[in-house]
Design a protein around this ligand. Structure first.
Ligand code: KG4
Ligand code: ZN
Length: 352
């Protein structure tokens, strides 16, 4: 089984070919970082236009690297949501066009399901497992019970954690994207010189909140003498911020592990995904937590943790094996929760 996957829901234009047994034949990603950097964040209109101009050559490259023709494929899959709708439309329309010209099944994949099933591609793990998704667009804890079968245990009720990194970086005059910049600065600083809150730490449930942490960073900066934000201040604020985020993530994940184990006593795997999972301090904290809680900890390689199309092709392979395909009248979805029964979080919008 050979599946072409296409990912265009945010600021990466990506195409990949993956086989039914989980061999990645090609995995091409073009980041739009340079286009968005001058604005300090993703501009949806620029993203959609960049997908239009780069998707066709990227699909061609993915097919060439896989040494396959369209006729060798068993299905064409594209991210159908959630995401920036202009970009999602570009990927979905392209996949539909190839599928209809080649008379192949079309598959609309939930981007979050792509992240959720990646650990089965990289590590072949069995259901059920606990998943922590920490990206620029989402912060969620989910029980992954099967393909298409998710239970949300916790979500951010306002900002996503990656967004908090990006906004903190912007306030400190660091480059975009903020996560890697904050991590680099934090390596030169010490936590504890400044004091930041740990929102929701110690509370019941598994939800997250990051908007108060962002506001607290602004207050710390404003309380410094005017015009005197030194490099050592930036480093110390970043170190404290990163420690606060790691503390909160571990506290919420510990709660989720308890809840998960009540329902699935045999479940013993914690999987992390999303761009923030590239952060070493957070990964180290989660490794320690997993050891303490007798959980196996899986962090797929960074290239498969951040947005890519191999995860879309793989999720499609898992669905195709179950006989699940989609129709050409599928409408791209800006919001598409994995757990349809979970209540919306009013201040998190599409992030919940
Ligand atoms: O999963 P991703 O590539 O894209 C989506 O948001 O779907 O995640 C991007 C986010 C950005 O907010 C970025 O600042 C953050 O992941 N990020 C990091 C690190 N690398 C990327 N955050 C903290 N530490 C990092 N090393
Ligand atoms: Zn993502």
């Amino acid at each position: 089984m050979n599946i072409l996957g296409i990912e265009t829901s945010c600021d990466e234009t990506a195409a990949a070919v993956v086989t039914g047994d989980g061999t990645i034949l090609s995995n091409v990603v073009r980041s739009q970082l340079e286009e968005h950097a001058p604005y300090g964040g993703i501009v949806p209109e620029i993203a959609a236009r960049a997908h239009v101009s780069s998707l066709e050559p990227i699909v061609t490259r993915a097919m060439d690297l896989a040494k396959l023709k369209f006729d060798d494929l068993d299905a064409i899959a594209a991210t159908g949501g959630p995401g920036l709708i202009g970009g999602v439309i570009v990927g979905v329309m392209t996949a539909k066009a190839i599928a209809s010209a080649k008379k192949l099944p079309f598959m609309a994949i939930n981007h979050l399901e792509g992240h959720a099933l990646t650990a089965r591609l990289t590590d072949g793990i069995e259901f059920p497992y606990l998943m922590l998704l920490v990206s620029g667009g989402h912060t969620q804890l989910l029980a992954v019970k099967g393909v298409s079968d998710y239970q949300r245990l916790g979500t951010t009720i306002d900002d996503a954690v990656g967004e908090a990194f990006d906004k903190t970086a912007k306030m400190l005059g660091l480059e975009y994207p903020g996560g890697p910049a904050v991590e680099k600065a934090a390596a030169e600083g010490s936590a504890g010189r400044f004091s930041l809150p740990r929102p929701l730490k110690g509370r019941d449930g598994c939800d997250f909140s990051f908007s108060g942490l962002k506001t607290a960073v602004r207050t710390v900066i404003q309380n410094l003498p005017p015009g005197a934000l030194k490099e050592s201040d930036i480093a110390d604020i970043c170190a404290e911020f990163q420690t606060a985020v790691a503390d909160v993530i571990c506290d919420r994940a510990a709660q989720a592990i308890s809840t998960f184990k009540q329902t699935f006593p045999a479940g013993n795997t914690l999987v992390v995904a999303g761009g923030v999972a590239a952060n070493s301090a957070i990964k180290t904290a989660l490794t320690g937590l997993s050891e303490a809680k007798n959980m196996r900890f899986i962090a797929p390689p960074a290239a498969l943790c951040t947005d890519n199309a191999a995860m879309i092709a793989w999720a499609a392979a898992e669905r195709l094996k179950m006989g699940l395909t989609d129709n050409l009248d599928f409408a791209p979805r800006p919001r598409w929760p994995l757990d349809q029964k979970a209540p919306p979080a009013p201040f998190a919008g599409v992030k919940a």
